[in-house]
Design a protein around this ligand. Structure first.
Ligand code: GDP
Length: 526
């Protein structure tokens, strides 16, 4: 296959949802329909159930699973599909945001009973920042959920995107009969059960009397009425407006019962974007360019503490990645080559000789990579990712074993490079402040410092609630502010100054009193 053919058949996306909406179940069903796994139950849910009390075994298990399921690749209908896994737990939301920088589109799963939930909204905001194309899958139609028309309104109002149903449910709850395909004008009846897909499909057109026989007169009449209404209310589906992130096609179904999945997967293959152009600090890079480039969006430490090496996950953005060839690590200005790059199948990983735009390769790393690092064939450019946002919890790391301060220092900075949490340094004394969005991250850090670096620490709460990156047109003014507020100034991992505010009120007062200083809510200010 030529480079262009390889490129054109790649589909790289993530499935995102508020926890429990059905992301894991849907992922598994897609793999099942794609022939990547034979029976359901093969994909382990990568979520941590406990939140309040520590359960380190659970955390370790989760890390093990999340290596195995970081990328799930399968061939379907001539397409090569790469599903990038995202953690379900909200304390690891930043991980998900970063993964979203490496995809070309997303499928957003909504629970039809609960509708749009808190995490759904946050994830969608991140997608909107990059105009990522979104397909919505409304799941659990086998339950008595909200009225589908009301759900569509809720999606439009809360997610700031237009919607267009592509499939439509025939009844719901215990009377749910399946979905009608609005573009194909027919309803598909499969011989399916929960764990296996069997081949036979019976297709019935909307006007056919067979429909009344299959779903009953009442449901058939209701469906015809609904379809007429949808065509009257919603504009015709426009693939281009989906690709620019303006319209989200909506599918209904029940993942656990395999209803509506094939329709979703087939249409996804037809309409979802192939690898798209990406922005760097210098220029836009097209996937069709002959020279290889890519960036690291995730770093995974080895779970075995005797092997300190890590796996850096690199998204290929242009050209062909070749095993054993020298590439430039732009930030370090260093040439590197990788003799054992990995690619991931549903539940195994294999050494690969080459990869194309849209693919993700796992590179063994002995500490050279940070999240966001770019590799090229020599050109100096850096891919622009998702910025850091202000953490919500701030704690100082206190060393409890003075003999291990080197290990602690190294451990903390490596975990920050992996993106486990944000690290800020304060003077005097090079104090290390860790910022997170959830308690669980502190538990993970403490546990991993001890297990992997032999360093023990405790955390001391800090009263800050917000970090703002600060700049000023006049460097003198910035220095004045930093001197004046030295007790509230820290530096992020790239040495950018950050103002730590205890309350929103204090932040507002500081903004008012220092009009020359600009306060940024994210690290994306360059
Ligand atoms: P995740 O947290 O988004 O990955 O959600 P899971 O896939 O783990 O699903 C959460 C729960 O919802 C599990 O108990 C699933 O069995 C259940 N579930 C998933 N899909 C459906 C569905 O279509 N109908 C019903 N009734 N339950 C479902």
């Amino acid at each position: 296959m030529s480079f262009t053919e390889e490129l054109k058949r790649r589909r790289t996306f993530a499935i995102i949802s508020h926890p429990d909406a059905g992301k894991t179940t849907l992922t598994e069903k897609l793999l099942l329909f794609g022939g990547a796994i034979q029976t359901a139950g093969a994909v382990k849910s990568n979520k941590i159930k406990k939140t309040a009390t520590s359960d380190f075994m659970e955390i370790e298990k989760q890390r093990g699973i999340s290596v195995a399921t970081s990328v799930m690749t399968f061939d379907y209908g001539g397409k090569k599909i790469n599903i990038l896994d995202t953690p379900g737990h909200k304390d690891f939301a930043e991980d998900t945001y970063r993964t979203l920088t490496a995809v070309d589109s997303v499928i957003l799963v909504i629970d039809c009973v609960k509708g749009v939930e808190e995490q759904t909204q946050r994830l969608m905001e991140v997608c909107r920042m990059r105009d990522t194309p979104v397909i919505v899958f409304v799941n659990k139609m086998d339950r008595e959920g909200k009225d589908p028309f009301d759900l569509l309104d809720e999606l439009e109002q809360t997610l700031n995107i237009k919607v267009r149903p592509i499939t439509w449910p025939v009844n719901m709850g215990s009377s749910f009969k399946g979905v009608y395909h609005m573009l194909e004008h027919q309803m598909n009846f499969f011989k399916i059960n929960k764990t296996k897909l069997e081949g036979d499909v019976k297709k019935i057109l909307l006007d056919s009397p067979e429909l009344d026989k299959s779903v009953g007169d009442k449901d058939a009449a209701q469906l015809r009425e609904d379809v007429e209404m949808i065509d009257a209310i919603y504009e015709e589906f426009d693939e281009n407006r989906y690709k620019t992130g303006e319209v989200a096609p909506v599918f209904f179904g029940s993942a656990v019962n395999s209803f509506g999945i094939k329709e979703l997967l087939d249409t996804f293959c037809d309409i979802s974007p192939e690898p798209i152009a990406r922005t760097t600090d210098v220029r836009e890079v097209l996937p069709t360019e002959a020279k290889f480039s890519g960036f690291v969006f995730k770093i995974h430490a080895n779970i075995d503490p005797r092997h300190r090496d890590r796996i850096a996950f690199l998204r290929i953005c242009s050209g062909t990645f070749e095993r054993g060839k020298f590439y430039k690590h732009v930030r370090l200005g260093k040439d590197m080559r990788f003799s054992n790059p990995y690619m991931f199948m549903a539940d195994s990983k294999n050494v690969v000789d080459e990869g194309y735009p849209g693919d993700v390769v796992g590179l063994y790393d002995t500490g050279n990579f940070k999240i966001g690092d770019t590799l090229t064939e020599g050109e100096k450019l850096n891919y622009i990712g998702i910025p850091s946002f202000s953490p919500e919890l701030f704690r100082e790391v206190i060393n409890t074993d003075p003999l291990k301060s080197k290990q602690l220092e190294k451990g903390v900075s490596q975990l920050a490079e992996e993106g486990v949490a944000q690290l800020f340094t304060m003077q005097p004394g090079n104090r290390k402040i860790i910022g997170t969005v959830g308690e669980l991250q502190f538990e993970v850090i403490q546990h991993r410092l001890l297990n992997e670096y032999g360093a023990s620490c405790r955390f001391e709460s800090k009263p800050y609630s917000k970090a703002c990156w600060i700049t000023a047109a006049d460097p003198e003014k910035l220095n004045d502010f930093i001197r004046l507020k030295s007790n509230y100034i820290a530096y992020d991992k790239d040495e950018n100054p950050v103002f730590l505010a205890e309350t929103d009120w204090i932040l507002r007062m500081n903004k008012e009193n220092n009009p020359d200083v600009i306060f940024h809510t994210s690290s994306d200010f360059k």
